[in-house]
Design a protein around this ligand. Structure first.
Ligand SMILES: Nc1ncnc2c1ncn2[C@@H]1O[C@H](COP(=O)(O)OP(=O)(O)O)[C@@H](O)[C@H]1O
Ligand SMILES: [Mg+2]
Length: 387
């Protein structure tokens, strides 16, 4: 172990029990003033574990204080109850994990990882993809709630195939990105950390802003501070994606529901643009305008794919109608299931949690048909709808 674990809980026996449960021998504090004094002398390799009885707002205050004085120290939060707003706040405070107070195994695992981490930006990248450059796959819909994030995260997890391929998800929904939530990530860095580097982004700079999810799967998450989105220029995005192509087999880009300059920068370098749509009239209208705009902007039609989400909804819109609106055949169909929002709330991609689920199989089929099964030589498209 490189660092020491430091524990805090306002109730001394609870703090002591935390230390015992986590198999650690670090100091235990119960007064915030004492902890603050101690933070000042902590080393960058150390980890701070905040116990379940410390109130949420005080815990976030301690996390911000720690970040300001000892930015290298990771903070792990133990809670009686974990809610989505709490996770979001923890993300903003750059905590490295939120753990249920009953889950001492997770606390142990998280502490072991944290105390053994290598400091600073020289985190090793997973092994290189070889000389072949990776492909950029962007998921887009100009309408919110279409299922972009669900498809992006699950497509990435399917492609990673438990470490057989190297995949990175990039969250370009810069203002409201929720990839971190959908993958239950606690990133130490976000895409905003690439801004000061300007044109100097290389593979080691990229390694420093990546968050590792599971074998083969990493992410670059959206900024957590409001108002940061504008500082991320289209040029930076193009450059970042170019570097990521060298490091990963696939780079999956999630997008906001808008044709902004940052999205266009990603679309420009995308090998595949997957448009996702739900079977409702407003979504179809938006899809029609989207396809027309993309064609007008000069994106080749053979780079576009169409996926129908909630494809089994009986709402009086036929698949033929969707294909006719987009002037393009359906390349994938994802059924509706309550298990999808449940998986998002749990922060585990459904393809990892339940690979046999119809939603997982639909996404795996799309990946197989349109991404994995397609080499450098692309299959000829069905010409039925081509103008
Ligand atoms: N196939 C599906 N079945 C049921 N719910 C879904 C499905 N796809 C997406 N959802 C839910 O719809 C909402 C919007 O999905 P999301 O991926 O966040 O859309 P977007 O990123 O396009 O705004 C989420 O709550 C998600 O859980
Ligand atoms: Mg989204």
């Amino acid at each position: 172990m490189r660092g020491t674990a430091v524990f805090f809980d306002p109730h001394p026996p609870v703090g002591a029990a935390l230390a015992v449960d986590s198999g650690s021998v670090g100091p235990v504090f119960s007064e915030v003033v004492d902890l603050r004094d101690h933070v000042e002398v902590m080393s960058d390799d150390d980890t701070l574990v905040l116990g379940p009885d410390l109130a949420d707002d005080e815990a976030f205050e301690v996390a911000h204080f720690t970040r300001a004085h000892r930015p290298g120290v990771e903070v792990i939060l133990v809670r009686h109850e974990i809610t989505t707003p709490l996770l979001q706040e923890a993300l903003r405070a750059r905590m490295s994990a939120v753990i249920d107070h009953r889950d001492s195994l997770q606390l142990r695992t998280e502490l072991r990882r944290s105390l053994n981490r290598s400091p600073g930006p020289d985190q090793p990248l997973p092994e290189k993809a070889g000389t072949r450059r990776g492909r950029v796959l962007t998921v887009f819909a100009a309408k919110g709630g279409s299922g972009k994030t669900v498809l992006a995260v699950n497509l990435a997890a399917t492609l990673a195939d438990r470490g057989h391929r190297r995949v990175c998800v990039v969250d370009l929904d810069l203002a409201f990105g929720d990839v971190a939530i959908a993958m239950q990530l606690f990133p130490a860095h976000t895409i905003a950390d690439a801004v000061p580097l300007g044109g100097d982004i290389d593979s080691s700079a990229v390694a420093a802003i990546l968050t590792q999810h599971s074998a083969g799967l990493s992410a670059i998450v959206a900024p957590t501070e409001p108002g940061t989105a504008e500082s991320i220029s289209p040029k930076l995005i193009a450059h970042l994606l170019d570097v990521l192509r060298d490091e990963f087999d696939y780079v999956v880009v999630d997008t906001p529901p808008a044709f902004d300059d940052q999205v266009l920068a990603a679309l420009d370098v995308s090998d595949l643009i997957t448009l996702i749509v739900t079977p409702d009239v407003p979504a179809l209208k938006t899809l029609k305008i989207t396809v027309e705009t993309l064609i007008e902007l000069g994106y080749p039609r053979d780079r576009l794919r169409l996926v129908l989400n909630r494809s089994d909804s009986r709402v009086g819109i036929s698949h033929a109608e969707v294909e006719k609106t987009a002037v393009m055949p359906l390349a994938g169909q994802i059924p509706s299931s309550r298990d999808v929002p449940a998986s998002v709330n749990r922060g585990v991609p459904i393809v990892q949690d339940d690979p046999r689920h119809p939603v997982s199989q639909a996404i795996a089929q799309f990946a197989q048909d349109e991404v994995i099964g397609v080499g450098a030589q692309r299959r000829p498209r069905r010409r039925r709808f081509l103008r």
